[in-house]
Structures are given as structure tokens and as C-alpha cells.
Design a binder for this molecule. Structure first.
Ligand SMILES: *Cc1c(COP(=O)(O)O)cnc(C)c1O
Length: 219
């Protein structure tokens, strides 16, 4: 299937999932995760009407997206992978939204770079809902305090929370946990749901689904 028809299929499934949950499909943003795929695939997806793209590595985003930016085509680039503090400067110059704020040092570095550049990027705080040692994200028991600090102490424009549930098992309790946490802080956005589980994520309130392989093919 072409990228355009894969996108049409995903949009149809997103619409169905939203309606089944009594939600407005227009309130859910499809972030197309283009990691490992070439700029040509991104161009094709952009031509098919996709506006939001996600990359998990700063270096890879830097090799792919500046030409598209220079061509004047509007798009929004989301950083969805772990961000090292030594990459903050490059990331802030390159992307529009950061989904992976998860520790005080990173929050401090972002605050400084936002002040320096005047670019105040929307941020999601990543929560390690499954408490997996190999995964990024603030631990659930520390999340409330960290969210509060990001907003008051670090003064980041926090718009919501992000999670990646464990690969095995039911993702729904993780999505539900994230939703409850966001509600406690009156945060409007939830970045959750990938190719395997985006319909469940939409049922639990996802506002941003991050979909790679179902659009661009397997990696
Ligand atoms: C790769 C990736 C995705 C997309 O995964 P698919 O299963 O290909 O849809 C979503 N979120 C993050 C954080 C990723 O790294």
C-alpha cells in the first residue's frame, strides 16, 4: 500500500475509535513517526496531507527536516525520544514540541535555552508508567512533584503527559494512569498510543497518537 493509503486507513481507524469513545476525531493529532525512514517518505506523507512528524533522535531529525523547513512547507516536528542535555541547543532550534521531559537537569537546560532563544516549545512530561528500568520517564510516584516543579520552578510550557507502556501486557491501565495524572494537574494533552495500541489509547483519552510502522512500513 502507498503511504497515502496507509494514512487514509489510519485516519479511518482513528475516527472510528474516537466516535466509539464519544470523542471528536478532530481533537486527536496524528503524529507520523518517520524515524529510520528517508526524507522522501516524509515528503510523500506531507504531500498526502500529514502535518505532524515525530523523530526520536535529534541527529536524525537534523539530517532530514531542515530542507523541508527551507522549502517553506509548514509542518510541526515532535521530538519523541530521550533528550540528552548536550543536545538541547540543537533540539530547540530544530523541533517544535518535546514529548520527553523527564528530569530536573533537562528541565533546567530547556528553561535556559528557551530564555536564550525566545523559543518556548510546548512540552510533554514523560512518565515511566510501567516502572521499567531501561525506559526513560519520571517514575509514577515522583510524577506529581516533577510536573509541579516543571510548571512553577522551571516555568516550562507543559501541555501534557506522555507514556510508552511495556511491550507486553495490556496497555490500557497505563493509559488510564496517565489520564488520571493529567487530570489532577488540569493538563489538556495526552501523548499515548502507537501502531499496536492507538485505538485503546484513544478510548482512554489520547490527544496525540504517535504512529510509525502503520504509515511508513516496518523498520
Ligand atoms: C518508534 C516510536 C513510535 C512509533 O512506533 P510504531 O510502533 O512504529 O507505531 C512511537 N513512539 C515512540 C516514542 C517511538 O520511539
Amino acid at each position: 500500500m502507498s503511504i497515502a493509503s496507509q494514512i487514509a486507513d489510519i485516519r479511518r481507524r482513528m475516527d472510528l475509535a474516537a466516535r466509539a469513545a464519544g470523542r471528536d476525531p478532530a481533537a486527536i493529532t496524528l503524529v507520523a513517526v518517520s524515524k529510520t525512514h528517508h526524507a522522501a517518505a516524509v515528503q510523500e506523507a506531507r504531500a498526502a496531507g500529514l502535518v505532524h512528524f515525530g523523530e526520536n533522535r535529534v541527529q536524525e531529525a537534523a539530517s532530514k527536516f531542515p530542507p523541508l523547513r527551507e522549502s517553506g512547507t509548514p509542518f510541526t516536528l515532535h521530538l519523541i525520544g530521550p533528550l540528552q542535555t548536550n543536545k538541547v541547543r540543537q533540539a530547540v532550534s530544530l523541533v517544535d514540541v518535546i514529548h520527553t521531559v523527564d528530569r530536573p537537569r533537562l528541565a533546567t537546560a530547556l528553561r535556559e535555552e528557551f530564555n536564550r532563544t525566545g523559543r518556548h516549545l510546548d512540552c510533554f512530561i514523560q512518565v515511566n508508567t510501567g516502572r521499567e528500568p531501561q525506559k526513560a520517564g519520571v517514575m509514577p510516584e515522583e510524577a506529581d512533584a516533577f510536573i509541579e516543579a516543571c510548571r512553577t520552578q522551571y516555568q516550562l510550557p507543559v501541555i501534557g503527559l506522555m507514556c510508552i507502556p511495556p511491550a507486553d501486557g495490556d496497555p490500557r491501565p497505563h493509559f488510564a494512569m496517565l489520564r488520571a495524572m493529567a487530570a489532577r494537574h488540569a493538563l489538556p494533552s495526552l501523548s499515548m498510543g502507537m501502531t499496536q495500541d492507538f485505538e485503546a489509547a484513544i478510548a482512554e483519552g489520547a490527544t496525540h497518537v504517535r504512529i510509525g510502522s502503520a504509515i511508513f512500513g516496518s523498520r
